[in-house]
Design a protein around this ligand. Structure first.
Ligand code: N5F
Length: 411
């Protein structure tokens, strides 16, 4: 007898949905497509030669260790590097504070695994990173959405939500996915104060921080938390959990990220990670360490910034020239995304259908909204196509938007 697969799945799989981004990636892999859909870094700037040299060095010097199982916590020199880096950034960090993860996506998933009971409330920005919602839906999270604007999460209404005793607050302070917005300094301070009052854990998910093209870096939430605690010696003991990744400054295919958090939480996360994947691939961690330790990563980030700044500018120019006047969009100071709002009631999902005929793709904004809504919004990625292709793609998309709106007026 053949297994009836639909009848054997666990009940929790009913809450697993496919990521809108991952589904779109399948369509946009066709060569003539101009895709603004995935948050994919520019492959032209992947340091292929440097990676090759570093791998050879590692295999020569420590080949047997590189191919062996490793500690769940991560490769010690890389954890030490992260601890030194964060200490230099005003967060007294020791190795007990650091867990190496398989991308920051795993950080999000592990936190759901160890913190969330069925029905637990989680404060999230609206809109927010949809794959975090996808991860936490499995654990039965209930969302308390906070509206956002061009300065990020609107902290004014936060007090009321905190009265509902959330288990976790999720925040993307820099060049947010999907809006590109950066949380202002005054809101960062207010957020830390309010959360501290009730010992609420904050997940600061910060993959895009280093990709700043304009303006000044703002302090991390975890740095503000350290300052609030007046903690001058490691290990860091605060409520902020800081997730970072090498995906955007090095290469996402390596799947190496990190969590910095209080040691007791790190211990719990280590146990949860053991049953997920034992550890992040040893060779990849060694490789990241090799490229980070001698300053290459810093130089390489400057190159990425130059490339992305041009692409962002090309997108903003093309939007101004080709999109209907009633449309609004964000002007991010860094990162990879521009967020577009069509005049209601025009729906991004309908625009996508036309866009795909024109061989252009983007992610409609609705799935980023945990409480529903956002049908007239869309996310545009500007890192994965050349400045010329971006201009061409936005021109095509603008023409499709004009057509959508004109048809609606004459219908
Ligand atoms: O560190 P990694 O590569 O696991 O990145 C996960 C991640 C975590 N947090 C935020 C806010 C992110 O934006 C990401 C990566 N996001 C990309 C995106 O387009 O939203 C990933 C899409 C790539 C894919 O699904 O293949």
């Amino acid at each position: 007898m053949q297994t009836q697969w639909d009848s054997v799945y666990a009940a929790r799989t009913e809450r697993i949905t496919s990521s809108a981004i991952r589904e779109l990636l399948k369509v946009t892999e066709q060569p003539e497509f101009i895709s603004f859909a995935g948050g994919l870094p520019a492959p032209e700037v992947f340091p292929v030669a440097e990676v090759g040299e570093a791998i050879n060095r590692i295999l020569e010097e420590r080949g047997q260790q590189a191919l062996q199982y490793g500690a769940t916590e991560g490769y010690l020199p890389l954890r030490e590097w992260v601890a030194r880096y964060m200490s230099g950034q005003g967060v007294p960090t020791s190795v007990e504070n650091v867990l190496i993860t398989t991308g920051s996506q795993q950080a999000i998933d592990l936190l759901g695994k160890v913190l969330l009971n069925e029905g637990d409330p989680v404060v999230v920005e609206s809109p927010t990173y949809l794959a975090a919602l996808q991860a936490w839906n499995i654990y039965g999270a209930r969302y308390l959405p906070v509206p956002t604007d061009e300065w990020g999460m609107r902290t004014g209404g936060l007090q009321q939500l905190l009265a509902k005793r959330p288990k976790l607050l999720y925040c993307l302070p820099n060049f947010q996915n999907p809006t590109g917005a950066t949380l202002s300094l005054s809101r960062r301070r207010r957020l830390i104060e309010q959360a501290a009052d009730q010992g609420l854990p904050i997940l600061e998910d910060d993959p895009y921080r280093e990709l700043r093209f304009l303006g000044k870096q703002l302090p991390r939430l975890i740095s503000l938390e350290s300052a609030r605690l007046e903690q001058h010696t490691a290990p860091y003991q605060g409520n902020v959990i800081y997730a970072s990744t090498f995906s955007k400054v090095l290469a996402p295919g390596l799947r190496v990220g990190s969590i910095v958090a209080a040691p007791s939480l790190i211990n719990r996360l280590v146990q949860a990670k053991q049953s997920s994947d034992l550890h992040t691939p040893t060779l990849n961690q060694m490789l990241v360490y090799e490229l980070a330790r001698d300053g290459f990563l810093e130089r390489h980030t400057r190159l990425i910034i130059d490339v992305y700044r041009k692409r962002r500018d090309s997108m903003l120019t093309a939007l101004a020239e080709h999109f209907p006047a009633e449309t609004r969009w964000t002007e991010p100071e860094g990162g990879m995304f521009v967020w577009v709002t069509l005049p209601a009631p025009f729906e991004a999902a309908r625009l996508l259908a036309t866009a795909i005929e024109e061989k252009v793709a983007f992610v409609p904004g609705a799935p980023f909204h945990p409480g529903g809504g956002g049908d007239n919004t869309l996310r545009l990625n500007f890192s994965n196509a050349t400045a010329e292709a971006i201009y061409e793609g936005i021109a095509r998309l603008g023409a499709a938007a004009h057509r959508l709106m004109d048809t609606a007026v004459t219908a």
